[in-house]
Design a protein around this ligand. Sequence first.
Ligand SMILES: Nc1ncnc2c1ncn2[C@@H]1O[C@H](COP(=O)(O)OP(=O)(O)OP(=O)(O)O)[C@@H](O)[C@H]1O
Ligand SMILES: [Mg+2]
Length: 265
Amino acid sequence: MSAINIRRLKAVSVLKVLSHGRTKPCLMLAHDDAGNEVEVVVKWRAAMELKASGLICELMAALVADDFDLPVPKPYVVDVEQGFHTIIATPEVSKLAQNSVGLNFGSQRLPPGFATWAKDKPIPVLLRPMAAEIFAFDVLIQNADRRQVNPNLLTNGEEIYLCDHEQAFSFLAGVIRWQAPWTGQGTEFLRNHVFFQQLKGIAHNLDRLRGALGALTDARLGEYLEAVPNEWRTNNTAADRIVEYLQQARQNRDALFAVITHLLT
Ligand SMILES: Nc1ncnc2c1ncn2[C@@H]1O[C@H](COP(=O)(O)OP(=O)(O)OP(=O)(O)O)[C@@H](O)[C@H]1O
Ligand SMILES: [Mg+2]
């Protein structure tokens, strides 16, 4: 496992608004300390339903995915400075930028050729093991937002990348009667997972992923905490609660993977 180094970038300009819903994530040009240009997809902090918790979920889910060798675009922290909003022509986006001064979540733009997973696309046989691991990952991180209607997956036909983990770790949202997945309760949302119907009824080997969860040491989880900007953790316990949850998941991993296998049987 390599050392975690989440680079900070400075927002330079908005190249494109990627989605015209409430959150308006944007493809942006940003600079690192050395002045190198990076194209990043930025999630505005002001647009997050759970505010800083949403940013923390994005970053920590990306760290877990990366440690599990599941492909995620490289995460960044993107600094939006005072006055940046004045160069944005679209009023709604400009307003979001104005309210998002400070540190936002960014992910490196994937190369052209990656597009959203089409909702009824058959999973190629070669990608089936990865699809099963993605399903299991979403059970682990309690992510209900990889549905048929909005898969939050990008593919070029050969590879799959995961994006959008703002709603992961759903216990943070104060879900009534939330139950940990290893109890076997509260798993109904997974029936809407983009891969569920196609994976169900087929045997999958999830040993690799279970091993990766077992290998997530307390020291590594401590590194996750250090990677979260202090600005996001001020008066916010989400990062600590996610670490506690992952420790419990690691402890209960046999039960967790039995539940996942049962769901897919
Ligand atoms: N790193 C990336 N590279 C290329 N495209 C990306 C990247 N991250 C996100 N996208 C694209 O931008 C879209 C919006 O990002 P995301 O899903 O994180 O935001 P959102 O606020 O949930 O928007 P939506 O409601 O459209 O899902 C994604 O569905 C995906 O198509
Ligand atoms: Mg999304």
